[in-house]
Design a protein around this ligand. Structure first.
Ligand SMILES: [Zn+2]
Length: 82
């Protein structure tokens, strides 16, 4: 999980933890059958420096998903893409 960038289109190998951004999610509440007897477990994901500038990870009902930061910062992308 932590070996490479969480962006499958990037998959840059993790070499320096200080680069990029680490995301930690509690996997307990995502158990599909609600079985809370399993060990409390944290999942770690890493986005490299390049990806973390434009992407972030969010936990949804479908699991961990990549999201564009632009959706959270409004016109950021529009200003660059015009
Ligand atoms: Zn990346």
């Amino acid at each position: 999980m932590l070996d490479h960038c969480a962006n499958p289109k990037c998959a840059k190998p993790l070499r320096y933890l200080r680069e990029g951004r680490i995301f930690v999610f509690d996997s307990l509440s995502s158990a599909p059958d609600g079985n809370a007897k399993r060990a409390h477990r944290l999942e770690h994901f890493w986005l490299c420096g390049t990806c973390s500038k434009t992407l972030l990870l969010a936990k949804t009902q479908q699991g961990i998903q990549l999201e564009s930061k632009a959706e959270h910062t409004g016109s950021f992308i529009h200003a660059q893409a015009s």
